[in-house]
Design a protein around this ligand. Structure first.
Ligand code: CA
Ligand code: CA
Length: 379
């Protein structure tokens, strides 16, 4: 009974926190940059963070250059100016206040666009670290460049994009289907956590598979999507299956991507066929090791052991890549560990709760230890 009461209490606490989160999203403000509409000193503010933005559209008759910094902004913390910077954006862009890492302080996210077909969006992020703003960038990415989204429902935002190096590599732009790239944002850094989200990876894999079937039907550039498919299978730990599938379906007549060039555009190498060229590319892009073996899945180490939420008579056990729940009454059936989200070493998230390894260091002091994304905390 005590367990049930505690869980109910946790549940209502979660509901309350979710409401709080909703309020924060509603309070999130943004400044849109649109075409040829100039503005000066537009201000958005949330808590201690304030941004003032000015935008001058560039003259379309003068060929645009990223040297023409037409977007200026100042960032304040508690009304003290900390950052004054200029950037270039063409036709479109946005400045948003958003709490990416759920620490209660909004980040400043500035989206700029370089112009050009299929090109390129950058996200510049400023985060307050108690003494100063730290700047991070996603770098210029294709199209809309990806975006921040909470893909596992834990309140922190992940950045979803795809590996741009696969564009044009073995097919035209339209014929390419690059593998997924997922980052989290922590302490001012974007970390590649792609392999920790197998559910999302599998959804994209399914879309790739459907694209392959369509290409077969239309007899249209198939190698570009097969390259992405093999890389996506590597991310899921299923390289050999993906490679066999590629061998059975690739277009032997296409020579797209078989030649490599130096900076002057001279041919430096010509691979005999698509599989050889693809393998070399997967090694170059770190999907495979130099010897052609799969890169070890170093990110996703679900440590074996018993995991707890807090002082509740219920636990979760991870063993042999599987997990199950247990309480005084018994155990649930074993499920593949890929259904859990890896948060950090010794912390997993099951879609509703964080679970911490029972042996993970607990802080000493008054209060009850409760598992959160950062590990055990006292409440
Ligand atoms: Ca934050
Ligand atoms: Ca999240």
């Amino acid at each position: 009974m005590k367990t049930i009461n505690y869980l109910l209490c946790l549940f209502s606490l979660n509901t309350f926190m979710m409401l709080g989160l909703t309020n924060r999203i509603l309070a999130t403000s943004n400044i849109e940059i649109e075409g040829d509409t100039p503005f000066t000193d537009k201000i958005i503010q949330s808590g201690a963070i304030k941004v003032s933005v000015s935008y001058t559209p560039n003259d379309v008759n003068v060929s645009g250059s990223s040297d023409d910094k037409n977007l200026t902004y100042s960032i304040y913390y508690n009304d003290q100016k900390q950052i004054e910077a200029k950037d270039y954006t063409r036709y479109t862009g946005e400045v948003v206040l958003q709490d990416l890492d759920k620490n209660g302080i909004n980040e400043v996210v500035i989206r700029t666009f370089s112009g050009g077909a299929h090109c390129c969006t950058n996200h510049i992020i400023y985060t307050w670290d108690n003494t100063q703003f730290i700047k991070t960038e996603t770098g210029y990415l294709d199209g809309n460049g990806g975006g921040f989204e909470d893909i596992n429902g834990d309140g922190t935002l992940e950045f979803l994009t795809y590996d741009n190096s696969f564009l044009y590599k073995f097919s035209s732009y339209a014929g390419s289907f690059p593998p997924s790239l997922i980052y989290n944002f922590e302490k001012g850094k974007l970390n590649n956590i792609t392999r920790n989200h197998p559910k999302i990876l599998r959804e994209t894999l399914q879309r790739m598979y459907e694209a392959i079937k369509e290409r077969q039907k239309d007899d249209y550039e198939i190698n570009g999507v097969l390259a992405g498919y093999v890389a996506q299978k590597i991310l899921l730990g299923e390289y050999e299956e993906g490679w066999k599938f590629m061998l059975a379906h690739y277009d032997k007549n296409s020579d797209w991507g078989l030649e490599t060039y130096d900076e002057q555009g001279n041919v430096t190498n010509k691979y005999p066929d698509f599989p050889t060229a693809l393998k070399a590319f997967l090694i170059q892009q770190n999907y495979l090791k130099e010897n052609g073996e799969v890169q070890s899945n170093s990110l996703m180490k679900f440590r074996e052991g018993n995991y707890w939420i807090g002082s509740v008579g219920m636990g979760l056990t991870i063993k042999n890549e599987q997990y199950q729940y247990y309480d005084e009454e018994g155990e649930s059936s074993w499920q593949p560990v890929s259904q859990l989200t890896y948060v950090k070493d010794g912390v997993v998230f099951d879609g509703e709760q964080y679970w911490c390894l029972s042996s993970l260091a607990q802080p000493r002091g008054d209060g009850i230890a409760v598992c959160q994304a950062s590990g055990w905390v006292l409440q």
